[in-house]
Design a protein around this ligand. Structure first.
Ligand code: ADP
Ligand code: MG
Length: 385
């Protein structure tokens, strides 16, 4: 397999006949715990993974942006920075680039015409955040190429989130862009999604991160996502707090009688998940596998029973991984839900046994074996050397 950098360089040469001035990489991510807490101003604990998106780029002397997507059959896009930048209909890959350029331009960052080639090895739309990694790669590339002062990883993450919210039309929180921009090798990153304070948490060397794809996709993830957001906002209003991050279980129990049961359970997931995310950061730092395993199992049950974002196939996958990990690790669904992937944290010497068990006991709806990755926590976006 060609590396994303090589593939981006080749596509760049195909489009321009020249080598690029720079290449920038930005990783995908897996969330270890803290699901749907980000837009409740709460806490998340993701880590960046070895899969990444690479953009190769050079400055131009005019106001044109020209883009080639190596992973989409070398299709090209072209637009002008000094004119109205419009979104294409549907969820076209072009919109991530157009959105990022528009948001950066509108924020007053001094970018000019640019030739860009894109390639990545993050499976698209499978919950590992290829979209955020593309946005962060583009933002970081523009920062280096146009020597933009005062742009740090957190600001690039915020620009990426804004592009995805306002231009692409997905109301995601800040987690995905932040971990892609600010991840540290060998660490998970505890993110306070209100203050954006970042606390790196070392992942013990002898732990492996296993990500197994369920192969289940859902056609109305966006709709469910927006429903959950609305229910969380309603719960916060009833509890008279700015966001569910400010609620605790006694407050919630005191209001239970007046709350719709669904809204109550949605809030209970967020309140308990925030606490679990705290506890998980500590358990990870202390290499307390038993505590990690329990927290991951509780998180999964809470997503299944209270937040209702799992599906039977992913419940089964998480259960297979948990059973195979035994006392050496834990597992849960990761990502927004309704399919996607499950993640396990297990002692590295057990990783092969867990993978083998998943291959033996789980088949995707298409009848194929599940895609499994064994990962180490990677670093956030950077210039390719
Ligand atoms: P996820 O972020 O979970 O992978 P999304 O649906 O949010 O899934 O984002 C996937 C979309 O991001 C792709 O359909 C494509 O439009 C864009 N994208 C991601 N990686 C690339 C890439 N290497 N080249 C072009 N577009 C990409
Ligand atoms: Mg995405």
């Amino acid at each position: 397999m060609m590396t994303p950098e090589k593939s981006a360089r080749n596509a760049f040469h195909l489009m321009t006949g020249q080598p690029p001035e720079i290449c920038v990489r930005a990783p995908g991510r897996v969330n270890l715990i803290g699901e749907h807490t980000d837009y409740n101003d709460g806490f998340v604990l993701p880590c960046a993974i070895g899969r990444e998106t690479v953009v190769a780029a050079s400055r131009r002397s005019d106001q044109t942006v020209r883009v080639i997507a190596a992973d989409f059959g070398d299709v090209q896009d072209q637009f002008a920075i000094d004119q109205t930048i419009e979104a294409l209909p549907g969820s076209a890959w072009q919109n991530y680039v157009r959105g990022m350029v528009k948001i950066m331009r509108d924020a007053g960052h001094g970018i000019g015409g640019t030739d860009i080639a894109i390639s990545g090895n993050i499976p698209l739309g499978s919950g590992l955040s290829s979209s955020a990694s593309l946005e962060v790669a583009l933002g970081t590339m523009m920062q280096h190429l146009w020597v933009l002062p005062g742009l740090d990883p957190a600001q690039i993450a915020l620009l990426g989130q804004k592009a995805e919210n306002d231009f692409v039309g997905c109301q995601c929180g800040i987690m995905d862009q932040m971990i892609s921009a600010a991840g540290q090798a060998g660490h998970a990153l505890a993110i306070d999604c209100r203050s954006l304070a970042l606390s790196p948490v070392p992942i013990p060397d002898d732990l492996a991160i296993i990500i197994a794809q369920s192969g289940i996709t859902h056609d109305n993830v966006g709709g469910h996502y927006n429903d959950r957001r609305r229910q969380c906002e309603e719960a916060a209003r009833m509890l008279d707090v700015a966001a569910l991050r400010d609620a605790d279980m006694p407050m919630l129990e005191a209001k239970r009688g007046q709350m719709d049961d669904v809204v109550y359970r949605r809030a209970r997931h967020i309140v308990t998940e925030n606490q679990r995310t705290f506890d998980m950061a500590r358990a990870l730092a202390e290499a307390d596998i038993q505590a990690m395993s329990m927290l991951m199992a509780e998180s999964h049950s809470s997503m299944r029973d209270d937040f209702e974002i799992t599906v039977p196939g992913i419940d089964r996958l998480a259960e297979i991984m948990q059973r195979a990990a035994g006392k050496y690790g834990g597992a849960r669904m990761t990502g927004g839900g309704f399919g996607g992937a499950a993640v396990a944290l297990v002692r590295a010497d057990q990783a092969e046994a867990v993978c083998a068990s998943v291959r033996e006991h789980y088949t995707t709806p298409a009848g194929t074996p599940p895609e499994i990755m064994v990962e180490k926590a990677a670093a956030g976006a950077s210039l390719c050397p």
